[in-house]
Write a protein that binds this ligand. Structure first.
Ligand code: ATP
Ligand code: SF4
Ligand code: MG
Length: 332
């Protein structure tokens, strides 16, 4: 992974989360009082220019909520997101949209069915008043070619395209205004396996050609291993481990990451993360376990894990939040 070596770790991060928390008030039933759900809980990390950071974890662990905050679409309840060293609140909606672009899972619902492909890809250019009409037309043609869409489709509507083509349109739209970062939320999970590979190859080519930074949310650990420079692992809103992809896959440190990786070896990886390798049910996010949130399912849980929450430890391998690495006594 040569691009990974070119990343300058001590430069100002292009995007940064500093103790970011997002709470939701939710009602379980009509007659019950609202409770607070910590969808993202005290998460800190920095993304360097040119890197691919993957975010993984089971459904409901807070990946999309975190992504929406990184995109400036949802304000954090606590902590702050910084773009190129500046707090997001002070950057302004239009600049964020110009620099950080999303590509979501379902290309059909994210594309306006009444607009042609040319109008969809050209919309960000028009909104940000980039270029003359002729220049925009030229840019649309250029970007369509870049993402592998035939020129004649410029007048087509989303329902005339295949799933893979629709996702190429979503990618073209995201890239039209030359963002610094693209946040992908499960960009290929709605596509057939063969189309997935084509789209992933396209993303990696584009990243190389355009020197892009990616935040890549995925359930598919095999894909993550293939494309990410670093991997962030979330569990019930917490960032429990973060490290270089090679390290995470060869020597996972957090027991949750270890268990998650075993799920790759299940016979049908297309099923996503099966509950199989874990002991116990996924906990109720409205009533998360005390102490370490993973303790009821952790094969290495120790006596104090249920009482005391571990603190995150950062070292040369990355970040890990587990008592096994806090220097406390344990009986492994
Ligand atoms: N607008 C909202 N109001 C209330 N609760 C929410 C809201 N959005 C998300 N949540 C809750 O926050 C938690 C995290 O949700 P989120 O969608 O971020 O998870 P995720 O990791 O993206 O899951 P998936 O893999 O299924 O997409 C979940 O318990 C979810 O129910
Ligand atoms: S803190 Fe304890 S329960 Fe939590 S992951 Fe580490 S060993 Fe397991
Ligand atoms: Mg999600």
């Amino acid at each position: 992974m040569s691009a990974a070596r070119a990343i300058v770790r001590d430069a100002t991060p292009v995007l940064e989360c500093d103790r970011v928390t997002r709470l939701f008030r939710v009602k379980r039933g009509l007659f019950e009082a609202a409770a607070t759900l910590r969808a993202v809980d005290d998460v800190s990390f920095a993304v360097q220019e040119g890197e691919v950071l993957a975010i993984v974890g089971e459904s409901g662990c807070g990946k999309t909520t975190l992504a929406r905050m990184l995109l400036g679409l949802l304000p954090p309840s606590g902590g702050s997101v910084r773009f190129a060293g500046r707090p997001m609140e002070g950057v302004g909606r239009s600049e964020i949209a110009a620099r950080v672009q999303p590509v979501f899972q379902d290309p059909y619902s994210s594309l306006n069915p009444r607009k042609t492909l040319g109008q969809i890809v050209g919309l960000p250019l028009a909104v940000h008043r980039i270029g003359t009409e002729d220049e925009r037309r030229a840019r649309i043609a250029e970007i369509m070619e870049l993402v592998g869409l035939p020129a004649h489709l410029v007048h087509a509507y989303p329902n005339q395209l295949s799933g893979g083509q629709r996702q190429r349109v979503a990618i073209a739209r995201a890239l039209a205004i030359q963002p610094a970062i693209v946040v992908f939320d499960e960009p290929t999970s709605a596509l057939d396996v063969s189309v997935q590979a084509q789209i992933l190859n396209l993303l990696m080519d584009l990243r190389r050609t355009l020197n892009l930074t990616y935040i890549f949310i995925s359930h598919d650990l095999a894909v993550v291993e293939h494309i990410a420079d670093r991997v962030a692992v979330m569990y019930l809103g917490r960032l429990v481990e973060l490290g270089e992809t090679g390290g995470i896959f060869e020597r996972p440190r957090h027991p949750y990451t270890e268990t998650l990786l075993r799920s790759i070896l299940t016979p049908d990886p297309a099923l996503g993360l099966p509950p199989g390798p874990f002991d116990g049910e996924f906990p109720d996010p409205l009533a998360p376990p005390s102490g370490c949130r993973f303790h009821p399912r952790c094969p290495k849980a120790m006596e104090h894990c249920g009482a005391t929450a571990p603190e995150a430890r950062t070292d040369s391998s990355g970040l890990v939040e587990c008592h096994l690495y806090n220097g406390k006594s344990h009986d492994r």
